[in-house]
Design a protein around this ligand. Structure first.
Ligand code: G3P
Ligand code: MG
Length: 251
């Protein structure tokens, strides 16, 4: 099994539910609460800048409208990605991957870069995110962990940056998880925690893979998953499931 240098608790979308998702302010929040690893979603603008956004459209998490794939990064950057969450976050923007690298380095947090392509841009997004991640994090330990629900994106990432660790993401773990993770030379399998049980976790671990479970917001569930052998818990509730959660005695 390849070395797994990552912490047991990962902040979902930067600062979980405590800050606007996929912003520098979210990363600041995760780090301020002591988290040592941040998950975020990366995609391409129309002019091929890698930036952070979860949805295909900008509507839910900004004051803009429409599909991100048809907007240049200058247009995306001009949007307010903080006010929808709270007025204290007014003016937050959708950061570039380069800005995120700088913020992670200054806060000393590791990165799980989820490749979240706009529809139809799977291959080019996987390729460009992986290439940029390898360049930007080139002098950083631990290396960023790449993941994606898109097989095509992760395949392109593997070809562009074979040395970066990869995790295949599943909402429901399919029958062919062994073949897919082997073909992509994954170090980990990332799954919706509701699709995991003790037997499946054991099988995945026996196959030599680490397991990341998302999005786990119930402390009891987090403890149970850890007992099953899950290596990393991705959570919105960084105020409850903090960096030392698994070391602390059950409350
Ligand atoms: O990477 C884990 C998790 O972020 C996947 O789901 O929809 O929140 O990106 P989503
Ligand atoms: Mg994500």
């Amino acid at each position: 099994m390849r070395i797994w240098p990552y912490p047991a608790i990962v902040a979902h979308r930067g600062g979980g539910k405590l800050a606007p998702e996929n912003t520098l302010e979210g990363i600041d929040t995760g780090a301020r609460l002591g988290l040592k690893m941040i998950e975020f979603d990366a995609k391409l603008s129309a002019d091929d800048v890698v930036f952070l956004l979860h949805d295909d459209d900008v509507d839910r998490t900004s004051n803009g409208h429409g599909p991100a794939k048809s907007m240049t990064y200058a247009q995306l950057r001009a949007l307010d990605a903080g006010s929808w969450f709270g007025k204290e976050f007014a003016g937050a923007h959708m950061p570039t991957l380069a800005e995120v690298r700088e913020r992670c380095a200054s806060l000393n947090v590791a990165a799980n870069i989820e490749i979240k392509p706009c529809p139809g841009r799977e291959v080019e997004t996987g390729e460009q995110v992986a290439r940029e991640a390898a360049r930007l994090w080139n002098d950083v330990e631990p290396e960023p962990l790449l993941s994606s629900f898109s097989y095509a994106a992760l395949e392109a990432a593997r070809d562009a940056a074979p040395d970066l660790p990869r995790g295949m993401l599943y909402e429901r773990v399919p029958a062919e998880w062994r073949e897919q993770t082997a073909a992509l030379a994954c170090v980990s399998l990332h799954a919706d925690h509701r699709s995991l049980d003790e037997t499946l976790v054991r099988e995945i671990k026996h196959a030599g893979l680490r397991v990341l479970a998302y999005t786990v917001n119930d402390p009891e569930r987090a403890r149970l998953l850890a007992q099953w052998g899950v290596d990393a818990i991705c959570t919105d509730r960084i105020d409850v499931i903090g960096a030392n959660f698994l070391e602390d005695a059950p409350k």
